[in-house]
Write a protein that binds this ligand. Structure first.
Ligand code: PLP
Length: 385
């Protein structure tokens, strides 16, 4: 089976993890701050806060920005459920903004229309989470302008997008947002097994997220309400969590970061070949805007169902039977039963639903060989024949 995504681990990665195993610290040692610095420097962000998943990073990012009961959080329906669930964790209400049919990213026009209406109804969002779907940046300049006009905060869900660029700046630099979140799950661009990281340029947000990832507890006298009782002393000043990343994960992350540019370049090479090899098939290929250098987490195709005798599900199943570990990103979040129970209905976000009705993600990852890629193309040819 050729999977749709896969980690690439080399001997250097393995050695760096083993070294940690032999060291004094398995958690809360020097590797986590080193990883944070490595990622923050790469993106030209001031601060990086590493945690045990992107889901945790989204949660504490929302809390740091003050999301609370009675507030609204908006995101894209074409995302993993975590981009929306983080709002619910904070007791806020969640709504969605439909996608652009070309990029499958949250559509800035749709956002503006929804903001105009929300302003009239006094239901403006506190936070908007644009998701850089498949690694391509959203229209951040426009979304940022809207945030200034309508007064919301921005968290970029860049789970797909480490190593990508927008207007020649590395994604994660937060030029147009308050916080950016990355995921290091093994299917993403680089991995720490499980893991996530939030970047920001605002020290108050970094400080808050550092507290929240570790029980809301501090040993920093500047953050305490009174002088320390003694050398043992710490204070809990917030209600936090245990969202810490381990030293093993951070060491793997530092090692993987050394090859990030190489990984993304290889993905671009593979994309270019797919573009050429697939151009005559009854499918719509992914589209890249020139202002964006995608990290290329995914290669999503859309079936031209009008020109195919089989259904979407039939094509998907046949690809799986023939050894391609294809997947579908994403089932629109508002169509999940949990969200339907909150009142969302089929038809609420037609562009995301239309995309879902014909999309398939085919294999794309740095370890995919050209030989395997030819195999993928041959299987597609047979299925469409
Ligand atoms: C993978 C992913 C997440 C969640 O990441 P974890 O690290 O698994 O918690 C969130 N948002 C998007 C868009 C993702 O792809």
């Amino acid at each position: 089976m050729i999977p749709y995504g896969r980690q690439e681990i080399n001997q250097t990665d393995i050695d760096s993890v083993i070294e940690v195993l032999k060291s004094d610290f398995l958690t809360q040692g020097p590797q986590v701050p080193l990883f944070e610095k490595t990622v923050a420097n790469y993106c030209s962000a001031e601060f990086g806060v590493a945690v045990n998943s992107a889901t945790s990073a989204l949660h504490i990012a929302c809390l740091a920005l003050g999301l609370d009961e009675g507030d609204w959080l908006w995101t894209s329906p074409n995302t993993f459920v975590a981009s929306a669930n983080c709002g619910l964790y904070c007791g806020a209400q969640v709504d969605f903004v439909d996608i652009d049919p070309q990029t499958y990213n949250l559509c800035a026009d749709a956002l503006e229309h929804k903001l105009i209406k929300a302003k009239q109804e006094n239901k403006l969002p506190k936070i908007v989470i644009p998701v850089h779907f498949s690694g391509q940046s959203c229209d951040m300049r426009r979304i940022h302008l809207l945030s200034q006009e309508y007064g919301f905060k921005i968290i970029e869900d860049a789970s797909h997008a480490i190593g990508g660029k927008y207007l020649n700046h590395s994604i994660g630099g937060c030029q147009y947002s308050d916080i950016t979140v990355f995921s290091f799950h093994p299917v993403k661009i680089i991995t720490t097994a499980e893991g996530g990281l939030a970047t920001t340029n605002q020290s108050s947000l970094a400080e808050k997220m550092q507290l929240l990832r570790s029980h809301g507890v501090t040993r920093d006298s500047k953050l305490m309400t009174k002088e320390a009782d003694g050398g043992w002393y710490y204070q809990q000043v917030e209600l936090g969590f245990n969202y810490r990343m381990t030293e093993l994960q951070a060491a793997l992350g530092v090692s993987q970061m050394q090859r990030l540019d190489e990984f993304v370049a290889k993905r671009h090479e593979l994309q270019q070949r797919y573009h050429e090899l697939l151009k005559d098939m009854p499918i719509k290929l992914p589209y890249q805007f020139l202002d964006s250098y995608s990290a290329l987490h995914l290669y999503p195709i859309q079936l031209e169902l009008e020109n195919i005798t089989k259904s979407h599900a039939q094509v998907f199943d046949e690809l799986r039977e023939k050894g391609l570990g294809v997947n579908l990103h994403y089932i629109p979040v508002h169509t999940q039963p949990y969200y339907q129970n909150m009142g969302f209905k089929q038809g609420d976000f037609p562009q995301a639903e239309r995309y879902y009705s014909r999309a398939i993600s085919i294999p794309l990852y740095q370890g995919l060989t050209f030989e395997q890629q030819k195999q993928v193309v041959a299987v597609l040819q047979r299925v469409f024949h």
